[in-house]
Every structure is written in C-alpha cells, then in structure tokens.
Design a protein. Sequence first.
Length: 258
Amino acid sequence: IMSFASLLRTATRRVFSSAAAAAARPAPAGTASVNAAPFFDRSVAKATFPRVVYPIGWTAPVEVHIVGRLPPGAGSALIKDSNAMQRAHPEYLDEFCEESAKICNTNFVARPAEVDVTAVYAFSVGVDDLVFHRHAGHRAITGITGEHGTRMKFSSCDMETAIKNPQAFIDGLFYIDVPGNTVFTLRFDGQVYHQFCPRQRDTPAFFAISCHTNEAKNLDGELLAKVLRGEGSIPLLTDPITDEWARLMSQLDESKVK
C-alpha cells in the first residue's frame, strides 16, 4: 500500500524499500516482467509535485501526482457543492456507486477540422466503494479528495490472464492512498482494473474531472456505434469484475497488499 502522507510531511524521507527489493517480488502470472519498481520520485518531490509511478508491464504505468493542498474541510465542502451541480446536469447518472455527468461530448461526425475524439466527464465517489472494473480506453483524471482521502486500488493483471486464473487478479493488486483535502492527477490505461474508495465511511472519497482521451479506442460493435453517435457514458463504458473475482476480494487480507 503506497501512501503520500509521509512524503508530504517530509519530502526527503524514503517511503519504499529499495527498488531492487521491490523488483524482486514475483510478478503475477501472465503479466510481463518490468525492470522498474513502484516509486516516489524524490528528485522532483523536493521542489515540486510528489508522484507515484507504478509500472504495469503490458501497458502504460499508473501515475498519480499531488498538485495541491487545501485547508481542512475544504475538500468535502467542494465535493458537496460540485455534487449538487452534477446532479442537476441533464447527463447525470448514478450507477456502480459512481455519480457522473458528461460535460463535453465527442464529435465524430463533424467536418475533419472539427472532429474531436475526446470526452470530458465529471464524476464522484462518495462514502461507498466504486465497483472494481475496467474500461477500454485511456483516462486522465484531476480530482479533489474529501476530508480523509481516498484509496485507489488497481490490479496489474490483464483481463485475459485473470479470466484463466482469477487468483492472478488478486496477486496483481496494489493500492495507492491519497490524503484528504488534496488536489491530485491520475493517468492510466483504463484497461487496468481499478476501484476507488473512501478512506473513512463518513466522508466522500473525491470529486473529479475525467478526460477520455479517445472515447472510441478499443471499442467495436454496438458499443462503438453508440459512442460514435455521441451516446457514450461512464456506466456504458464500465466493465465490472466477475462475481468470482469479487468473492476473492472479499476474502482478502488487505494488510498484505502491495
């Protein structure tokens, strides 16, 4: 479990064990081995934004930056205000324990000079855990955490391997803890399974803006057709984990997760 808290208290403190020790951990079955280990980037943390980079192997790494701190209570207050606006939006949806609203749509049918393959969504995770899931495309997210922060859960196991060997999904789990009242960025391949959770059940996890950098990427069939018509949504593009994987998650001793 990777936490920003120590790094934010003192930028010079080393949070993880050596890269060699981290790299020595066995990779989940079916995932590509990587030379890099998850790390806090001390070289930039002294002067600028602390970050965590976790290599996946078969796709781009998961990257989280802390880009700002807010006064105590400010995060939850902002989330409350932004959620009220989100719920009033005509594109508002609430599925998979995730509230969302598409605020900038794609345009695949315009003349070439005006085509825009990106979509922008507001979304929030409250006091309940978001369903563990994946997407087909890439995500770039900027958010603000509530009073007690959020835990971001990922699995480095790819879908094909997890289908053949569900335990590989569990073996590939890693968590990143983001403190409360912070502004963060998250960039990753949405094909990496992920779940966002509040650190405490009495305060929301975060409110965020998500840029889908290419809404149609890796889609086909009717799902692609809907997106090309401008009918995409976060729930439509969400692929939850199987019941078997969820059962294994419920039996997990989270103290042993990376």
